[in-house]
Design a protein. Structure first.
Length: 210
């Protein structure tokens, strides 16, 4: 029996769960996965029996409960520093942490008007001023990172790291709603969508969960 348990929501729609899943998969450890239904009905009682915070994702590791996606990423980084969850270079690491934290706390309009539907292709909603601002900021973040670090590798900071895990649901949203991107950014999104852990998530998701 694994010493890790990851509690997640429906894989087609639970963007925060995807981030924690990618972080745990990156650690390359065995774990138990518990899926709590968020839709069509939210099984809140089942979730509260597992975690008093009542949130997905929650990582259980022995007696420890970690119920925030970014905190889960950082916890696994602390446990497995050899897995290079963050760039080694201090300035790159600060940059990656900044954009990850910015995403973690912002982009409410994009979350609301372009909900994650990982397996689906949907019509782009009306582009409000706030939604355009969110999309433009994402594009600016990605463009800046790729301009600076493309010579290292194909991910935002060259090598795959927590920043990519945090932006993975946005990549899926841009794919779902067919957001027009430059060739450089489309290449990044295609590379992310073809990551083995993203493919595994898609294969386990139900496109009817909307």
């Amino acid at each position: 029996m694994s010493n890790f348990t990851l509690i997640i929501g429906n894989k087609n729609i639970s963007s925060w769960s995807l981030r924690a899943y990618l972080a745990l998969k990156h650690a390359d450890v065995t774990y138990q996965e518990i899926l709590i239904s968020l839709r069509p009905s939210f099984d809140k009682e089942a979730l509260l029996r597992l975690t008093p915070a009542g949130k997905v994702p929650t990582l259980i590791h022995g007696d420890h409960l970690i119920w925030d996606s970014l905190a889960i990423c950082e916890y696994l980084n602390d446990l497995y520093p050899q897995k290079a969850y963050w760039p080694d270079d201090i300035s790159m690491r600060a940059h990656a942490r900044c954009v990850s934290a910015e995403l973690h706390s912002g982009f409410a309009t994009l979350r609301t008007l372009m909900p994650m539907a990982f397996c689906n292709s949907l019509q782009m909603p009306e582009i409000t001023e706030d939604l355009k601002s969110d999309i433009d900021r994402i594009i600016d973040i990605w463009t800046d990172a790729r301009d600076k670090y493309a010579h290292i590798g194909p991910y935002l900071f060259g090598n795959y790291c927590i920043a990519d895990m945090m932006f993975a649901p946005v990549v899926s949203r841009f794919n779902t709603y067919q957001v027009a991107l430059s060739e450089k950014l489309q290449h990044y999104c295609n590379h992310m969508m073809s990551h083995p852990h993203m493919i595994a998530w898609r294969d386990e998701a139900d496109p009817l969960d909307l």
